[in-house]
Ligand binder design. Structure first.
Ligand code: FCB
Length: 454
């Protein structure tokens, strides 16, 4: 059963919805520059996106109708500090103040993600996360945010998916700024991101004693092929393993330092690349592991794993595995095994900070969007999550990704994840069938889910 105060929510991020990319004094982000150079599907950019910057009141009205208790959104760092550090842009602050006030007036709890990938271009030019000052730059930004908004906002998340804004951006070259760096440099960037997190949590404790703060990484969930003890332990091993070719995309390198105060030393990647850590890394770990209040995870898909010898091996998905419109396998059990393994290792309340499906949505003859498969996807996943909860896993919330269709990074606008359809020509919003399905579920605090699935 879901707790009475379960945070039923939806999630978005600044670059994906706001638009107004150069309005009211905003500085450029790496995504503005990357998309301008035509690096994403169809040369799409976030210049206008969902025009949320001008339409947020209409959007929040819809959120209220949806009945969500929580709204997870991110702030654009260069909208607040156009150069990344230094001068504060008052108009940026004003925008977020209005947004926050409007949410509170509508009874929706804001969950602010400090950073969801739109890195200030001015700091990119100074060497981004490789610069030894980079943790302090982030701290400076975070302190401005706490000072301006923490009188009303009580839930913060430091980073969204460092696996992507470091891995996809500086390792694989698929996301802004599109680089392929050496391992030596990647290890340093990863360390500096986590140091920025730790410094921020420390400052938060002083500045916002009544607030709660978390961290939102991601990772492909390893699900045991069978319920045998051997397969379960093999899946756990895989989930937290870090191999030579998965330095930036894994769970443990990005979470053990923060949650346990150690690097995953017993892994192939650490044996190979641990030597690139700064000499002071053990001292830094004390800052990095400053305790947080809740541990978020964005979970979309999983892989099957079974025991093999002393270790594990992957088992291919069966040929009839269904895939979403973005090509991700639909594996609802990831919302059982993911939270279970994470809770058993890190022992903090879990929030599913993202979970969702891209569908080939379109407007039907009756003017509506009939996305039955999205409702089924949510239902199947929440059903697994509820089983984990019933077995004692502490889960505090679930944020569907996304509230509305938006700019899906390298895929431009070609992938739709929203509960609300966005017509990008007219900016009209059309709640999809899944919007009403989720609305009904929230109204019943998920009780009707158990009735219909179990
Ligand atoms: C996650 C991102 C989010 C969105 C979803 C589909 O990796 O955090 O911004 O793009 O995937």
């Amino acid at each position: 059963m879901f707790k009475d105060d379960f945070a039923w929510g939806v999630a978005t991020s600044s670059y994906q919805i706001e638009g107004a990319f150069d309005e009211d004094g905003k500085g450029l982000s790496v995504w503005d520059v990357f998309t301008e150079e035509g690096k994403c599907f169809g040369r799409h950019t976030g210049e206008v996106a969902c025009d949320h910057y001008h339409r947020f009141k209409e959007d929040i009205k819809l959120m209220k109708e949806l009945g969500v208790k929580a709204y997870r959104f991110s702030l654009s760092w260069p909208r607040i500090l156009p150069d990344g550090v230094g001068k504060v842009n008052q108009k940026g602050i004003d925008f977020y103040n209005e947004l926050i006030d409007c949410l509170l007036e509508n009874g929706i709890e804001p969950y602010i993600t400090l950073f969801h990938w739109d890195y200030p271009y001015e700091l990119e030019k100074k060497g981004n996360w490789s610069n030894p000052d980079s943790p302090k730059w982030f701290l400076e930004y975070a302190e401005v945010v706490f000072k301006e908004f923490a009188d009303r906002v009580k839930h913060f998340i430091t980073f969204n998916e460092p696996q992507c804004f470091i891995g996809l951006a500086y390792d694989k070259g698929e996301h802004a700024p599109g680089l392929k760096c050496l391992k030596r440099d990647l290890v340093l960037k990863m360390h500096n991101v986590m140091l920025a997190h730790g410094l921020t949590v420390k400052a938060f404790r002083k500045l916002v004693p009544d607030g709660k703060i978390g961290y939102a990484p991601c990772g492909d969930v390893a699900m045991p092929l069978t319920d045998s003890k051997e397969d379960i332990e093999a899946a756990r091993k895989r989930y937290f393993d870090v191999t030579a070719n998965n330095l930036t995309g894994n769970v443990a390198w990005w979470s053990d330092p923060i949650m346990l105060g150690t690097y995953p030393e017993d892994t192939e990647a650490f044996r190979l690349y641990g030597k690139y850590l700064p000499k002071s890394y053990k001292e830094d770990l004390k800052i990095i592991s400053e305790p947080i209040d809740f541990y978020c995870q964005n979970i979309y898909t999983g892989s099957r794993v079974r025991a093999a010898g002393d270790g594990y091996e992957y088992v291919k998905h069966s040929v009839d595995m269904p895939y979403t419109a973005i090509g991700w396998a639909i594996t609802p059990k990831n919302l059982y095994w993911g939270p279970k393994f994470l809770y058993e290792r890190y022992k903090k309340p879990i929030i599913i900070s993202e979970n969702g499906i891209a569908c080939n949505d379109f407007i039907a003859l009756d003017g509506k969007v009939h996305d039955q498969s999205r409702s089924d996807f949510i239902g199947l996943h929440l059903n697994e999550l509820e089983t984990a909860i019933d077995e004692g896993i502490d889960v505090a919330g679930y944020m569907y990704w996304s509230f509305m269709d938006n700019f899906e990074w390298a895929y431009g606008y070609s992938k739709r994840f929203g509960l609300v359809y966005v017509n990008y020509e007219t900016m009209e919003r059309i709640p999809k069938d899944s919007f009403y399905w989720y609305q009904n579920l929230i109204k019943n605090n998920g009780r009707n889910l158990s009735e219909s699935f179990k």
